[in-house]
Design a protein around this ligand. Sequence first.
Ligand code: CAA
Length: 256
Amino acid sequence: MADTVRLDVTDGVATVTIDRPDALNALNVDTLGALRDALAEAEDADARALVLTGAGEKAFIAGADIAAMSEMDTAEAQAYADLGHDVANAIEQFPAPAIAAINGYAFGGGMEMALACDLRVASERALLGQTEIDLGIIPGWGATQRLPRLVDDETARRLVFFGDRLDATDAHEEGLVGEVVAHDELDDHVQDLAAELAAQPATAMRAAKEALNQSHETTLAGGLAFERRTWAGLFGSHDQREGMRAFVEDRDPDFE
Ligand code: CAA
């Protein structure tokens, strides 16, 4: 793994930190590759919650690397888009909930990585935006598709067309982030949230995420069929038996 990405796995919580503060954690090809490797390693470690954040005081991820992109031809840009999509998909399909701890700038591809997470918590200092239009391009790592699925369609269009940078309060009002916390409290708050998620029954959590993801992938009938199958498939699992027995016996469940 390149030294621009750090992975820590403690008590089932995998924390992935983009550590390239001199470039405000912009994701060049090496850093994106390292992020993909870190996600695979976190999955191999059976992480039950994932936190994505940025090193330093200023940035979550300031986007794709503009200096590198300025030299790219179409084939290189295609490979860069493919890699960025692979990484965003790996976050979205990570077999446990992912939280973006947005500790500062989240622009362009940085916001797109946050959009691939299940939950977004912003520091009051965060600034978010799909700013690609200012560079003569469009979002390339998923925002044209994930943004309108998160916020209303017109808000998504406004963000992409105008490239507006929203502060944390406005981002919360628009539904881009689920909550805003004091900057100094962000890490502890997100780690608490992640620990709470990691303590949930893991098989059910994975099934819940897969089923919720289906709502972005398929028709209503297809998604409902997926839910029915997945729900029934949980019966017979240790956690299903234990969770229900514990209720009947009026005690706390001891999940696997
Ligand atoms: N790529 C490469 N380097 C970047 C960068 C980026 N996205 N963002 C910041 N940097 C670098 C700067 O070049 C600067 O480097 P030097 O010190 O070597 O000059 C360093 O990080 C610090 O940046 P600033 O001096 O600009 O810091 P600031 O606090 O004055 O401004 C900022 C911060 C508002 C985030 C500003 O840097 C900025 O606007 N950055 C670009 C953000 C952006 O447009 N991101 C979207 C990229 S396009 C994309 O992501 C495409 C896609 O869909 C995949």
